[in-house]
Ligand binder design. Sequence first.
Ligand code: CTP
Ligand code: MG
Length: 230
Amino acid sequence: TACIALLPAAGSGSRMGVAQPKQYLPLLGQPLIWHTLTALHAVPRLQRIVVVLSADDDDWDQFDWSGFTRLTVLRCGGDTRARSVRNGLNALAAAGQNPQDWVLVHDAARPCIAPELVDQLIDTLFDDAVGGILAVPVADTLKQASADQHIAATRPRDGLWQAQTPQMFRVGPLTGALDHVSEAHITDEASAMEQQGHAPRLVHGSPWNLKVTYPQDLQLASLILQQRKE
Ligand code: CTP
Ligand code: MG
């Protein structure tokens, strides 16, 4: 059974508040997605690393990607993250990808993923029937807000986890699940699998594996990557 990585990288980064899509913003002298690709490329078991770009992406070609020997670039991104992943998987299926193979879907916008963590995810799930995701237990106290922004209730955080990526499932079942769900409500692969009645595993991720969403996240990512280099 092969393992491949699929990176949705077709978003516009609207919450970042700058014109350039965040996956190309400079981070320690390289575009953000370069760091994500470097981390995944350091996992030998990932036979192929597939990037899903938007069809009108004009940033990718500005950089030299020749150092990444296992890279496949698809320009079939969709309107939502789920659609980008689904389009990418359908393209792989059409190109003969074995439906039994594992695919690790990883946000291009999570550049601080450690290769060791990807290895742990693969080790934990390789013989699993369904697959699972990296996630971390919620640390903060959770408040339910009323419409006028007062506290309506305090929610127990016991048993609550924050989903991260990679999310690791078999190509065939994940493609099927994404083909059948109502996309509007899907922000990760696991929820598509859940809608099919599966209960994916939760594998301990890391708080360092943050998603760059807002400008402050870019500063945090820079600190994390810088510290790792030292
Ligand atoms: N993504 C994608 N296709 C989309 C939307 C998002 O491939 N139509 C990708 C992003 O490029 C990113 C990952 O999915 O790597 C996580 O999505 P998110 O953090 O929401 O990125 P954006 O959608 O670009 O940001 P925003 O929601 O702030 O616009
Ligand atoms: Mg988004």
